[in-house]
Design a protein around this ligand. Structure first.
Ligand SMILES: [Zn+2]
Ligand SMILES: [Zn+2]
Length: 149
């Protein structure tokens, strides 16, 4: 799943377009505004990759997903899949759906990925390397339309 975006850097006035690539790990709904609250997200501000995973998940359903649904698209995310597994194993046994707590480096550019809060996503300006440029015209529902079309 991918979506074009436009960004504008307030520091150097540079405008550019990029493509945001979204990966889904685990049995989670397609990203959209309302349900994003239950989805953990890590974003790479350099190569615009967003990885979504369940924020809370039962160990059994995670194991089942890895066994049955984990496909080639998830392959680069192996370290993150392992971390999610470790995070679930580390939670007390009586927690039915442990919270997934992970940090990770981007498997494509090796830089550290940052958690996304709400809809806010920041990209790094390719001209001045200012790291706090919010993605303009970013809209989850547009992603859905594009993907379903
Ligand atoms: Zn990256
Ligand atoms: Zn800039």
């Amino acid at each position: 799943m991918a979506w074009d975006f436009e960004a504008h850097c307030p520091e150097c006035d540079h405008r550019w377009e990029g493509i945001l690539i979204i990966y889904r790990l685990g049995d989670i709904p397609r990203p959209r505004d309302r349900t994003m609250a239950n989805i953990g997200q890590l974003f790479c501000s350099y190569c615009y990759r967003l990885v979504c995973f369940p924020q809370r998940v039962a160990r059994g359903s995670w194991a089942r997903w890895r066994r049955e649904c984990c496909d080639s698209e998830s392959k680069p995310w192996q370290p993150i899949l392992d971390k999610i597994g470790a995070s679930l194993s580390a939670a007390p046994w009586y927690v039915r759906k442990p919270k997934v707590l992970i940090d990770a480096d981007c498997p494509f550019c090796r830089r550290s990925m940052s958690p996304v809060r709400g809809d806010e996503m920041c990209v790094v300006c390719p001209r001045c390397a200012c790291a706090t440029v919010a993605v303009a015209e970013f809209n989850h529902s547009n992603i859905i339309e594009l993907d379903d079309a």
